[in-house]
Every structure is written in structure tokens, then in C-alpha cells.
Ligand binder design. Structure first.
Ligand code: ZN
Ligand code: ZN
Length: 113
């Protein structure tokens, strides 16, 4: 007998019956599995290695960082830490506007993929 794996949370279960019980206990696992069956291309991707916050911050970083680490892509000021780099967009309205535009263009490209 082969083990059954919940494709949603990757838990190993002993049988198909155990999977059904698992789904009863974890309705979100069932929901994700059903959604994957309906729209496999969209949802049946590899398990993410980053948290949603790490992913979002990665996109923010790509949108605002210039050639060097912690350098504003728009005015080329450099900052000691990424937190100070982020705080710059509180202080500089025009860099913040440019950053919004850059971020939206990147999100649009990601959405078009
Ligand atoms: Zn599960
Ligand atoms: Zn700037």
C-alpha cells in the first residue's frame, strides 16, 4: 500500500480514507485541492519557499533599488539599511511617486505572464 499525500499541505496520510478524514479536519486543504483540479495552471504550482511578505518585499525591493544595495533607483541616494531605504519614500514625495509607478508597472508585467 502506498502512502497518500495531501497535495495542499503535503502531509503524508496512510490511505485515501485517511485523506478524506484529513480534508474533513482541514477544509482549506480540500478547498485548495478542489481549486487545483478546476484551474490547474493557475494554482497547481510548486509550493512557495517564501512567505507572502517576503515575496511582496522582494517586488518592492526590485521596484525601488538601484545599481547598489539600498540605493534609491530614482535619485541615487544611498542608505545604510533597507529600513532607511524604505523610510526615504516617506520623506521624498517625488521618489515615492516614481516608486509607485515602477511598482505598478512590475505588477502589471507579473499579471500578464
Ligand atoms: Zn492537507
Ligand atoms: Zn530617491
Amino acid at each position: 500500500m502506498t502512502d497518500v499525500q495531501c497535495k495542499s499541505c503535503l502531509k503524508i496520510l496512510l490511505s485515501e480514507g485517511a485523506l478524506i478524514i484529513h480534508y474533513d479536519k482541514s477544509p482549506l486543504c480540500r478547498k485548495w485541492a478542489l481549486q487545483c483540479a478546476l484551474t490547474p495552471d493557475e494554482l497547481h504550482e510548486a509550493v512557495p519557499t517564501q512567505t507572502i511578505q517576503q515575496l511582496a518585499m522582494e517586488y518592492v525591493r526590485q521596484a525601488i533599488t538601484g545599481e547598489k544595495e539600498c540605493e534609491c533607483k530614482f535619485c541615487h541616494l544611498s542608505f545604510a539599511t533597507f529600513e532607511k531605504h524604505l523610510a526615504h519614500y516617506d520623506a521624498s514625495m517625488i521618489c515615492n511617486r516614481m516608486a509607485h509607478r515602477e511598482f505598478k508597472l512590475r505588477m502589471k508585467k507579473i499579471g500578464d505572464k
